[in-house]
Ligand binder design. Sequence first.
Ligand SMILES: *[C@@H]1O[C@H](CO)[C@@H](O)[C@H](O)[C@H]1NC(C)=O
Ligand SMILES: *[C@@H]1O[C@H](CO)[C@@H](O)[C@H](O)[C@H]1NC(C)=O
Ligand SMILES: *[C@@H]1O[C@H](CO)[C@@H](O)[C@H](O)[C@H]1NC(C)=O
Ligand SMILES: *[C@@H]1O[C@H](CO)[C@@H](O)[C@H](O)[C@H]1NC(C)=O
Ligand SMILES: *[C@@H]1O[C@H](CO)[C@@H](O)[C@H](O)[C@H]1NC(C)=O
Ligand SMILES: *[C@@H]1O[C@H](CO)[C@@H](O)[C@H](O)[C@H]1NC(C)=O
Ligand SMILES: *[C@@H]1O[C@H](CO)[C@@H](O)[C@H](O)[C@H]1NC(C)=O
Length: 296
Amino acid sequence: MNYFLLSVFLLVFSEYPLSSSTPDLFYRSCSNQFRCGNIVADFPFWGGKQRPRECGHPGLELQCENDTAFIKIDGVRYRVLEIDPPYNQKKMRIAREDYEGGLCPQNIQNTTLDTSLFVSTPEYINVTLLYGCPSFIPIRLPFVNFNCSNGLNSSNGIIVPGVFGPADCLASATVLVPIPASMGKGIEQALKNGFEVVLKVDDKACQKCLDSKGKCGIDFDNQTVCYCLGSSTSLAECPPPPANVPATISLPALPPPPAPAAANKSAFVSKICGTQTAVKLLNVGVLKMSAILSGE
Ligand SMILES: *[C@@H]1O[C@H](CO)[C@@H](O)[C@H](O)[C@H]1NC(C)=O
Ligand SMILES: *[C@@H]1O[C@H](CO)[C@@H](O)[C@H](O)[C@H]1NC(C)=O
Ligand SMILES: *[C@@H]1O[C@H](CO)[C@@H](O)[C@H](O)[C@H]1NC(C)=O
Ligand SMILES: *[C@@H]1O[C@H](CO)[C@@H](O)[C@H](O)[C@H]1NC(C)=O
Ligand SMILES: *[C@@H]1O[C@H](CO)[C@@H](O)[C@H](O)[C@H]1NC(C)=O
Ligand SMILES: *[C@@H]1O[C@H](CO)[C@@H](O)[C@H](O)[C@H]1NC(C)=O
Ligand SMILES: *[C@@H]1O[C@H](CO)[C@@H](O)[C@H](O)[C@H]1NC(C)=O
């Protein structure tokens, strides 16, 4: 019976990586990298099947489609073209997915970056694409014309440096492009090549954690935490292994086997993991387990 319960327990945990709750389990899952096409991502990113939410910042979820990595920022999807360095990553190059096929997307959206998370680098500048402008355009700024053929918004487009609303035109989209492209016809290619952003996540805290052989993660206050092998709480960094025991043979403690028939869910849950958050996270898994047990 105990073996049965234990295997159910493990099954539930492996089926629901998000409901696993101890830092020791996070240590394992956050050791995985996100891999998609030629993109390899580590902390502070998360996403895909490999890296659960606890491994990265909530604003840095990656998706993989057709071997292309994507990130959504403020409702706009970007192709992820580069992420570096290999660990504790600080920089990425992204390109608007909707401008992949030219300057005339279906929905007109601004590039807006979450300033608590991203810093744009000084090589890039805002330019605004104005769609559906009157044929006489009363502006003094230098501009470049472009045409689209997919509706009112598209006919007679102009590109101006800076941030503008639509004014007399039907719609406007502000995008970031490298300065040399800002006035030229090269803007279409520049949008495909993307732009770079630097992440504001605390990389010093993560480096300290990595140096102590831990794996970095993010807690519910968006702060960097360190998950350590065999640890039951998340720490700033991992303790050194005991001097006389080789670190490699210290097996991580398994959670205690569940109480018979999981009759008392709350007692069972709080025995396995101490914190409120963990209890919330575990609920899904425990409900699933009770279902399996009652269907036995
Ligand atoms: C992925 O490929 C499928 C099938 O080829 C296609 O329908 C889909 O639009 C592609 N998705 C992206 C994001 O390119
Ligand atoms: C023009 O773009 C705006 C903003 O994206 C949209 O709400 C509107 O429906 C578009 N109009 C046409 C005719 O495409
Ligand atoms: C681009 O414009 C946004 C406001 O829309 C601003 O927050 C940002 O700093 C600007 N970026 C650059 C590089 O000028
Ligand atoms: C856009 O279309 C108009 C009318 O068809 C044409 O006069 C103009 O040269 C075109 N502009 C560009 C940049 O292709
Ligand atoms: C883009 O931002 C400008 C102001 O910077 C605003 O006037 C415009 O409505 C925004 N466009 C969209 C599609 O949200
Ligand atoms: C954490 O970051 C996300 C995304 O940037 C934000 O929506 C959320 O409010 C932040 N949470 C806290 C506690 O700061
Ligand atoms: C379940 O455990 C809680 C907390 O230990 C306790 O207060 C409650 O009386 C228990 N209920 C049953 C049915 O054993």
